[in-house]
Each structure stands twice: as C-alpha cells, then as structure tokens.
Design a protein around this ligand. Structure first.
Ligand SMILES: *[C@@H]1O[C@H](CO)[C@@H](O)[C@H](O)[C@H]1NC(C)=O
Ligand SMILES: *[C@@H]1O[C@H](CO)[C@@H](O)[C@H](O)[C@H]1NC(C)=O
Ligand SMILES: *[C@@H]1O[C@H](CO)[C@@H](O)[C@H](O)[C@H]1NC(C)=O
Ligand SMILES: *[C@@H]1O[C@H](CO)[C@@H](O)[C@H](O)[C@H]1NC(C)=O
Ligand SMILES: *[C@@H]1O[C@H](CO)[C@@H](O)[C@H](O)[C@H]1NC(C)=O
Ligand SMILES: *[C@@H]1O[C@H](CO)[C@@H](O)[C@H](O)[C@H]1NC(C)=O
Ligand SMILES: *[C@@H]1O[C@H](CO)[C@@H](O)[C@H](O)[C@H]1NC(C)=O
Ligand SMILES: *[C@@H]1O[C@H](CO)[C@@H](O)[C@H](O)[C@H]1NC(C)=O
Ligand SMILES: *[C@@H]1O[C@H](CO)[C@@H](O)[C@H](O)[C@H]1NC(C)=O
Ligand SMILES: *[C@@H]1O[C@H](CO)[C@@H](O)[C@H](O)[C@H]1NC(C)=O
Ligand SMILES: *[C@@H]1O[C@H](CO)[C@@H](O)[C@H](O)[C@H]1NC(C)=O
Ligand SMILES: *[C@@H]1O[C@H](CO)[C@@H](O)[C@H](O)[C@H]1NC(C)=O
Ligand SMILES: [Cu+2]
Length: 555
C-alpha cells in the first residue's frame, strides 16, 4: 500500500474510531523556585512550583500517562506526591519522602511517571516532606475519556478553587518550633482562597474573584490544600450540588455548606441563578475540641458579569467553629454513585481485620522545654522516619531499615474514649504491616481521648477505600457491624475520624508497593501519626512493582 494511502486510512480511522487512538502522554515541567510573595501586608520568600501559589494545574485524561520533570533549584530537599493517584505498580513516583523515595536534593531532578488508570475527577498534588506543602501544592484534573460524558448535567464552565493556609513566618520554622521545644507549633495567620486571604486592613490587597454569567452552570473543583485545618466553604445565597469527592462520583445531593478536610477534593455544580451582584465566598475553620485553631475567615467574591459598580456585597454566615452537626450532615450525605458504569466494588470477604487507635501522647525529650514533647501515633507506635526510603529497602532486601511487625490491633486495649491509660507515653519504631497481593483489608480507625480527643483526616496512599461506617465513642465489634453500608458507601482517599469516634474503611490490596497511611493534619504527621502498608507482588510482571527508575534519588 502506498504510504499516503496508509496515512489517509490512519487519519480516517482516527476520525471514525477515536477510541483506537493510543493514550496520550502529558508532559509537565515543575521548576522548584523561590519567589517573594506579599500577603497580610508582609513579604516573604516561599518555595513554589514555577513561581506560582497555588501551583500549576496538572491536566490529564483517564487512562493517559503523565510525566512530570521536577527540577529542584531551592536550598531545600523536596518530593511531590500526586495525592489520590493510585500509582498502579509505580510506587517510585508516589512521592512521600523516605517512604517511597529519597528527597530530590538541591540541583537534582527527577521524572515522576505514572498512568491515571481508571480514574477521573479532581485530586491534589503537593510537596510531601517537612511543611513545604504549605506553599507547594496545586490541582490535578483528570478528564473523563474522550466521548464519555459526566454522569451529571454538563456544566457550562469549570473552575478550580484551592483552599490553603498562610503563615507570616516560614512554615518550616513553625514546624521546627516543635522539633526544638516540644511545644505545639503556631496556628496559621490566615486561610486562603486561590492564594488570597481577602481584603486586609491597612494595605492594598483584594481577594480572589470568581466571575460568573447569569443562568450558567459551573463545576467548581474545590481542593483543601490547608496544612492543619478542616474548613467550611460557603457562597452567599447559592446552593451546591455535590457530584464527586476525591475523584469518585457520588449520588448528587444539595447543600449550602461544604465541609472539607486537608487532602480532600469536592466537585460541586453551582448555577448562577441569583440577581446580578456580588456574593461573599468564604471559608472558616472547623474544630470541636480544645485545640488552638486559626479562627480567621478567608474571603473571596462571586461576581455576576453584569454587576453595576458600587453594588454592595451580599453576605452570609458560616457555621460556628465547633459545628459538629454540620460536618456530620455533610459526611452522611455522601454515597457512592454505584451505577452499572461506576459500581461500588466493596470488599465483602475480609482477610485482614485491623483496629488502629489514633491520637496523641508524650515522649521524653531532653532538649524540650518541659523535658517531654507531644507526639502522636497509631496503636501506641510513634512512627520514626528512616534515613533511606522504605520502598528501596523493600525492593533491594536491605535489612535494618524497617520491621514488618506493626501491630494490627492495640497491644494493650483500654477505654479509648473514656478515662484512657494512666501512662500516656508511646513507643516508637519504623514498622510496616505486610499484606499479600489481592488481600482484602478492613480497618476500624478509632480516635482516642489522650490529652484531648480530636478529629483526624486519615489518608491512605495507593488505594481508594470505602467508608462502611462511622460512629461516636468506642467501636462496638458486636453491634456496629450490623450497621455497615456495604452497598453504596462513599469511596475516597481521605476521611475524618470524628472527635472521640471511629470510622471503618475497606480496601483491596491490589497495588504492590509501600503505601503510607497518615493523618493529613501535617502537625499530627510530624508528631508520628503515620505507618505504612507493604503490599507484596502478586503473580507475574503485571502484578509486580516496576523496577526502580534510573534517576531515582538516593539518600
Ligand atoms: C526577595 O526579596 C529580597 C529582599 O528584597 C531579595 O533579597 C531576594 O533576592 C528576593 N528573592 C527572590 C527569590 O526574588
Ligand atoms: C547548585 O548549583 C548552583 C549553580 O550551578 C551552585 O552555585 C550551587 O553551589 C549548587 N548547590 C548545591 C547545593 O549543589
Ligand atoms: C502506562 O501506560 C503505558 C501506555 O501509555 C504503558 O506502556 C505502560 O506499561 C503503563 N505502565 C504501567 C505501570 O501500567
Ligand atoms: C509563634 O508565635 C509566637 C507568639 O505569637 C511568636 O513569638 C513566635 O515568633 C512564633 N513562631 C514562629 C516560628 O513564627
Ligand atoms: C509545658 O509546661 C507548661 C507550664 O507548666 C504548660 O503550660 C505546657 O502546656 C507544657 N507543654 C507541654 C508541651 O507539655
Ligand atoms: C481568634 O483567636 C484569637 C487568639 O486565640 C482570639 O484572641 C480571638 O478572640 C479569636 N477571635 C474570634 C472571632 O473568635
Ligand atoms: C529480594 O528477595 C526476594 C526473596 O528472597 C528475591 O526474590 C528478590 O530477587 C530479591 N531482590 C533483590 C533485588 O535482590
Ligand atoms: C468508657 O468510658 C466511658 C466514658 O467515661 C464510659 O461511659 C464507659 O462506660 C466506659 N466503658 C467501659 C467499658 O468501661
Ligand atoms: C505504650 O508504650 C509505652 C512504651 O513502651 C508503654 O509504657 C505504654 O504502657 C504503652 N501504652 C499502651 C496503651 O499500650
Ligand atoms: C524512640 O524511643 C526511645 C526510647 O524512649 C528514645 O530514646 C528515642 O529517642 C526515640 N526515638 C525517636 C526518634 O523519637
Ligand atoms: C488478583 O485478582 C485478580 C482479579 O480478581 C486475579 O485475576 C488475579 O489472579 C489475582 N492474583 C493473585 C496473586 O491472587
Ligand atoms: C536532604 O536529604 C538528604 C538525603 O536524605 C539528607 O542527607 C540531608 O540531610 C537532607 N537535607 C536537609 C536540609 O534536610
Ligand atoms: Cu490527626
């Protein structure tokens, strides 16, 4: 066949059968650079990607391949985590420092390579080392495959809304406050909406404005990139229809208040159905225990295109800081879409039934102010970071880096939400829990009340999980399983364990590698509320982790 005929046929085939086109590769370059930024009337240098805060949006399409070249030009070690991307067999590109890779050091670069197999929706990317996440984060948008519609009415426009926190000091200096003194680090000085706290008295600064056209529908991709705080999100006079969380479709429901924890993403439809004008968009913190919180409200504006000059802003009120019922009503409305096309594949037979008690404790510390410091842990184990990556140690059979004896259940049970143990010291270690490929896992995650009961947004790398139940007090292994939702529980990668309560999650360990599980409040992760699952290879290359890339950083 003449080559021009072949070309014509190829073009014709591409037009007629677009699904036969090979999946696309999306290339990105992330330059890690310092940039001076002014917020709250003060300037400071921050670590950024390509000079942006929030960082650039990473677009891809379901089943496509993504390659991100990260070049470190700052005097800090860095890694990037593609939060919620399952990293099927590509754990080397997952990102948490000392778990799946050594840091990318100054003047080094690394290619993150992964496929977004079977995923579509909004996710987050962020630095996963020290507290650099404060300024190094952004959105991941995974579009559905060509020709595959959303399972909800097509919006006219799509907008990204990244929520964050801002410190006037360097965020790593704030973290080091604890390292050096053992005292809890300072709360942030402001919350941000797409990088801005809103008008600040005493200096010229406005906030983010979302421009809308009357009658149009918008898909808002809301990402909580805050370090340490759960928040409420509201827009005056406008209602949202929630359609997706953590890149998993949900049964649509209406609400005027979004509740979101760090690491979570929420996609909502908003119709510009109000009178032309300006409407307050705001976030405020949620905290229902006696822990210090940044109580500043961040302010942005939703503005109709036809708004006349000097139109006053229509205001709204946010829930109280301790409005636990508002969080419950939001969480309890979340149900998997569970349609024939997007079924909820909840594991029904469980191979590993685990019980993780999460919370804080204390550890002796000779350099600390009081001779002790606040720590945190799971099943009384405060995780100690190794000085090389766990995944490398696992792959190369290096002994002495970790042990695989992480306790699947509390060693000494106690009344978790009651009087608690008298000795609140924890033990420490670098321990993983080992799982065979394909095994099914249930984890009851029970919050405790040591020092103060507190809520914890727990995040699992490498897998989505189903949240089959949640409750208050101590989990009851006899009666609570009767209330499990095994039909359409929400599927996601981060969910809050309520203050003095518990959640039950289920997942199938069909992704080989070393996968981090931790509280997504960075302060608690720093204190040691973290562990890792080690999932062994299955049969053959398609069920095994790929070999490490040549440019994998070393420690
Ligand atoms: C930030 O500002 C300081 C003081 O003006 C300056 O010395 C520094 O070079 C600036 N840094 C960057 C990355 O622009
Ligand atoms: C990084 O590269 C710059 C420019 O080549 C050099 O001046 C600097 O010393 C290097 N830093 C490190 C830590 O290697
Ligand atoms: C990712 O997709 C590419 C095709 O785009 C394929 O060649 C490669 O094997 C996939 N990688 C993994 C780890 O599945
Ligand atoms: C923390 O807050 C205290 C009291 O406001 C202040 O003195 C200190 O400098 C802050 N620390 C950092 C690292 O910003
Ligand atoms: C240290 O002691 C002071 C004074 O007794 C107390 O207020 C503070 O909470 C203690 N801090 C820690 C981390 O235990
Ligand atoms: C916010 O917190 C600060 C410091 O804890 C406190 O002084 C202030 O009264 C609080 N403001 C509100 C509105 O709660
Ligand atoms: C690690 O040990 C396993 C089991 O003994 C073996 O199959 C594998 O080849 C070893 N890997 C390396 C890189 O030596
Ligand atoms: C645990 O503590 C709670 C709160 O103090 C109490 O109501 C409950 O009876 C205790 N449970 C047991 C088994 O002692
Ligand atoms: C936790 O570990 C410490 C140190 O080994 C021990 O003293 C304490 O009793 C343990 N607490 C619980 C609840 O297991
Ligand atoms: C782990 O615990 C031991 C015994 O309490 C202590 O000496 C050591 O400093 C701890 N290590 C870390 C990293 O906290
Ligand atoms: C894992 O599950 C898949 C799909 O159910 C199956 O095809 C495969 O053989 C299983 N592998 C192992 C090692 O159990
Ligand atoms: C950067 O990472 C390397 C390798 O783990 C480590 O040796 C070094 O201390 C780290 N530097 C900083 C500033 O943390
Ligand atoms: Cu926590």
């Amino acid at each position: 066949m003449a080559s021009w005929v072949q070309s014509v046929l190829v073009v014709l085939a591409m037009v007629l059968f677009p699904t036969t086109i090979e999946s696309k590769v999306w290339h990105y370059k992330f330059n890690v650079v310092m940039k001076n930024m002014t917020r709250l009337c003060e300037s400071k240098p921050i670590v950024t990607i390509n000079g942006k805060f929030p960082g650039p949006t990473l677009y891809a399409r379901e089943d496509d391949r993504v390659i991100v070249r990260v070049v470190n030009k700052v005097p800090h070690n860095i890694t990037i985590h593609w939060h919620g991307v399952r990293q099927l067999r590509t754990g080397w590109s997952d990102g948490p420092a000392y778990i799946t890779q050594c840091p990318i050091q100054t003047n080094q670069s690394y290619l993150y390579k992964f496929n977004v197999t079977g995923q579509r929706g909004t996710l987050l990317w962020h630095a996963h080392i020290t507290w650099l996440r404060a300024t190094v984060h952004g959105a991941i948008v995974i579009l559905p495959k060509h020709g595959v519609p959303y399972p909800f009415p097509k919006p006219d426009h799509e907008k990204i809304i990244v929520l964050g926190e801002w410190w006037k000091s360097d965020a790593d200096d704030v973290m080091n406050q604890w390292v050096q003194t053992g005292m809890p680090p300072n709360v942030s000085d402001a919350h941000t909406i797409n990088g801005y706290p809103g008008p600040t008295p005493g200096c010229s600064s406005s906030g983010f404005t979302l421009h809308v056209e009357a009658g149009k529908t918008y898909l808002l991709r809301i990402i909580n990139a805050a370090l340490n705080e759960d928040v409420f999100f509201k827009i005056a006079k406008h209602e949202f229809t929630v359609v997706e969380v953590d890149a998993c479709y949900v049964k649509p429901f209406k609400t005027d208040t979004i509740y979101t924890a760090p690491g979570q993403t929420t996609n909502v439809l908003l119709t510009a159905d109000q009178k032309s004008g300006k409407y307050l968009m705001a976030i405020s913190p949620f905290m229902d225990t006696i822990v210090a919180v940044d109580n500043q409200t961040a302010i942005a504006t939703l503005r109709y295109k036809t708004t006349k000059p000097y139109t006053p802003l229509t205001l709204t009120t946010l829930p109280a800081t301790n409005a636990t019922p508002a969080t419950n009503s939001f969480i309890e409305s979340l149900r998997s879409l569970n349609s024939p096309k997007y079924p909820a594949l909840v594991p029904l037979k469980i191979d590993h039934s685990l019980f993780f008690v999460v919370g804080v404790g204390v550890d002796p510390c000779s350099t600390c102010v009081n001779g002790s410091r606040v720590v945190a842990g799971i099943n009384n184990v405060t995780f100690v970071m190794p000085d090389t990556a766990l995944l490398q140690a696992h792959y190369f059979n290096t002994s002495g880096v970790f042990t695989d004896d992480f306790p699947g259940n509390p060693v000494t049970p106690y009344n978790y939400t009651g009087s608690g143990p008298t000795n609140i010291q924890t033990t420490n270690g670098t321990k993983v829990y080992r799982l065979a490929y394909n095994s099914t896992v249930q984890v009851v995650i029970q919050g405790n009340g040591i020092i103060a009961p507190e809520s914890h947004p727990i995040h699992l790398h490498g897998f989505n999980f189903f949240v089959v139940a949640k409750g208050l007090g101590n989990y009851d292994p006899v009666n609570d399983p009767k209330k499990f939702n095994l039909v359409d529980p929400v599927e996601r990668n981060t969910l809050t364990v309520p203050t003095a309560g518990w959640i039950v999650i289920r997942f199938k360990a069909d992704n080989p590698g070393v996968w981090f599980l931790h509280c997504h409040l960075e302060v608690h992760t720093t204190w040691g509320l973290k562990m890792a699952f080690l999932v062994d290879n299955g049969n053959g290359p398609n069920e095994s982790i790929i070999p490490p890339p040549k440019d994998l950083p070393t420690c």
